[in-house]
Design a protein around this ligand. Structure first.
Ligand SMILES: NC(=O)c1ccc[n+]([C@@H]2O[C@H](COP(=O)([O-])OP(=O)(O)OC[C@H]3O[C@@H](n4cnc5c(N)ncnc54)[C@H](O)[C@@H]3O)[C@@H](O)[C@H]2O)c1
Length: 336
């Protein structure tokens, strides 16, 4: 089948980008990855190719490098950009706010300038539910007040505003900011998944490391939240569902100006829901210890996912058992 055109995926070798690349290819587009591998491994590119059934091109470049970005757009006409490149560790962003601004915000400016130079007018952007700050009501819909509670979240807000201005400046620019809730899991092939360097920041990779005996136990931040079992509640979404959301957004970009859309399941799951499902589905133990609450955390955060359904015809299909099964299958396969 002839390709429908090339799609540039910045951060395409990362956890989410690699899964998006697979779905983009399945929809008949040619994914072109662009990554500087600051938080991912080069081997991911070949594994994406294995899943797709054909080699996938990857440009090794930093989005902040204007010359490299010009070379990337000059090498192949791009129908659209899916912009996933970014640093995402909240704790690190508090220690290094300038680095986060430079990488995420200035990087996006450089990317947009190169797109302008080559007449590329369409973008799907990896935003985050962090733009809502502390939840003021649940479920969180797209009209929930915005506000950053850490430098990472501030970069996502700054980029959404930059994309507002970019779209406003020219009638035929089309942007969709997808506000992800909590992506977890891995591709069913177990060839690609989440493998953060060092001590993980997010729940699922932490659970995986504890189950593998690499960390002694899971520290749970608070057992006295006003939730069904006292532990924090979040909206975990399978990364393959999330990746499919990018393709439907891409297909409908031309009817958008700058739309901001939640990608979540709409269901809240607690830390212990995840731990118990992980133990039951995978037949492994996940020792945990409940400690004090962590400053700045919310009891619960989950999406109103109805706009994605109305606007994109998208809804999550995979459930918690799929998420924990696929996360474990990837972790145990990559350990071989
Ligand atoms: N995973 C989550 O929980 C989550 C939630 C909401 C939003 N997001 C956003 O989704 C995007 C992808 O996240 P992920 O979970 O796949 O993270 P990831 O760290 O696995 O992937 C990010 C990729 O971007 C690359 N990268 C970073 N800075 C770059 C630069 N300057 N130039 C080129 N490449 C660069 C990294 O090497 C990596 O491959 C990020 O923008 C993140 O902020 C992630």
């Amino acid at each position: 089948m002839a390709s429908r055109g090339s799609i540039l995926l910045t951060g395409g070798a990362g956890f989410i980008g690699s899964h998006v690349a697979v779905e983009v290819a399945a929809a008949g587009w040619t994914p072109v990855l662009l990554d500087n591998f600051c938080t991912s491994e080069r081997s991911v590119v070949a594994r994406v190719g294995e899943v797709v059934g054909a080699p996938v091109r990857c440009i090794e470049a930093d989005i902040r490098d204007a010359q490299a970005m010009r070379a990337a757009f000059g090498s192949t006409p791009m129908h659209a950009v899916i912009h996933l490149a970014g640093l995402k560790a909240v704790g690190e962003s508090v220690e290094k706010p300038e680095l986060y601004h430079d990488n995420n915000v200035r990087g996006t400016e450089v990317l947009l300038a190169a797109m302008d130079e080559f007449g590329v007018r369409r973008m799907v952007f990896s935003s985050s539910c962090t733009v809502y700050g502390m939840p003021q009501r649940l479920p969180i819909d797209e009209s929930h007040p915005l506000g950053a509670i850490n430098p990472y979240g501030q970069t996502k807000l700054d980029i959404e505003r930059m994309l507002d201005r970019w779209a406003d400046a020219c009638i035929d620019r089309h942007v969709c900011s997808l506000r992800y809730f909590n992506p977890v899991g891995a591709h069913a092939s177990a060839l690609i998944g989440e493998s953060p360097l060092g001590i993980p920041n997010n729940l699922m990779p932490f659970v995986v490391k504890v189950a593998r005996g690499e960390l002694p136990e899971l520290g749970v931040f608070g057992g006295d939240w006003p939730t069904h079992d006292g532990t924090g509640v979040r909206d975990y979404i399978h990364v393959v569902d999330l990746a499919r959301g990018h393709v439907v957004a891409l297909e409908q970009l031309d009817s958008m100006h700058h739309d901001c859309i939640n990608l979540g399941t709409g269901a809240g799951l607690s830390v212990l829901d995840v731990v118990h499902a992980f133990e039951r589905v995978n037949g492994v133990k996940v020792p945990y210890a409940i400690g004090p609450r962590r400053a700045g955390d919310a009891a619960a955060a989950y999406a109103d996912a109805s706009l994605a359904e109305q606007r994109l015809g998208w809804r999550a299909r995979l459930g918690l058992d799929d998420m924990v099964r696929d996360a474990w299958a990837f972790a145990t396969r990559s350990a071989c």
